[in-house]
Design a protein around this ligand. Structure first.
Ligand SMILES: Cc1cc2nc3c(=O)[nH]c(=O)nc-3n(C[C@H](O)[C@H](O)[C@H](O)COP(=O)(O)O)c2cc1C
Length: 186
């Protein structure tokens, strides 16, 4: 799969089946993040790959918002976290979220290439994530990435919205709304 295919195939599906998680797989995903650019090469991103009990079950049962119950089928949940002073702060520009986001983008595309669903979520309790994974309070838990394999069967407990969005993933704004040539026009 080339990069364009990975970009086009990646979608945030919710209907997941189990997969076996190996250390090779984790290293592979880690390397996809590792090579991304960051301000002064500060590499502010941190990841906990959660795939064993009791941590995986504890994240699923204690930290997920109710609307993200579908994520209980995950075989792997990656907690993404960082701190603003891990990266450049240039006046009002704090780069830790930006650089961590780029690393996550690369990891997600590599997961797609590996035939996995890698679905980022913000609907969780960061305090509970920190408690389960022993992440100190000064870290910002930015995202959980839910990993599994796409299940073509849609579970019975999905809401009508979830059923519809499993069949048709959301459309995007047209390019002209966010791509500008030479000057910004609004
Ligand atoms: C920062 C962020 C937070 C998100 N939070 C959730 C979430 O809590 N639950 C969920 O089901 N999807 C979540 N998503 C997935 C988005 O809803 C999804 O990416 C978007 O609707 C576009 O669909 P697509 O990724 O299939 O193209 C999140 C995505 C991002 C990047």
């Amino acid at each position: 799969m080339n990069v364009k295919d990975a970009i086009e195939n990646r979608r945030a599906y919710r209907s997941l089946t189990e997969i076996k998680i190996t250390e090779e797989m984790i290293d592979d995903l880690g390397k996809a993040a590792q090579l991304m650019p960051s301000c002064f090469n500060k590499q502010p991103w941190r990841f906990v790959f959660v795939y064993k009990e009791p941590q995986l079950g504890n994240i699923k049962n204690k930290a997920l918002n109710e609307g993200n119950s579908w994520a209980k089928k995950a075989s792997l949940i990656i907690a993404v976290f960082s701190k603003n002073d891990f990266d450049c702060i240039i006046k009002e520009r704090e780069y830790f979220l930006y650089d961590t986001g780029m690393a996550v983008g690369s990891l997600i595309l590599r997961a797609t290439e590996m035939g996995l669903v890698a679905h980022p979520i913000a609907g969780y309790d960061p305090g509970k994530v920190r408690e389960v994974l022993i992440i100190p309070s000064e870290y910002n838990v930015i995202n959980l990435i839910i990993i599994g394999k796409k299940d073509p069967t849609i579970p019975n407990d999905f809401t009508p919205y979830q059923i519809e969005s499993e069949r048709n993933r959301p459309q995007r704004k047209p390019l002209k709304e966010f791509v500008f040539h030479n000057t910004f026009s609004f």
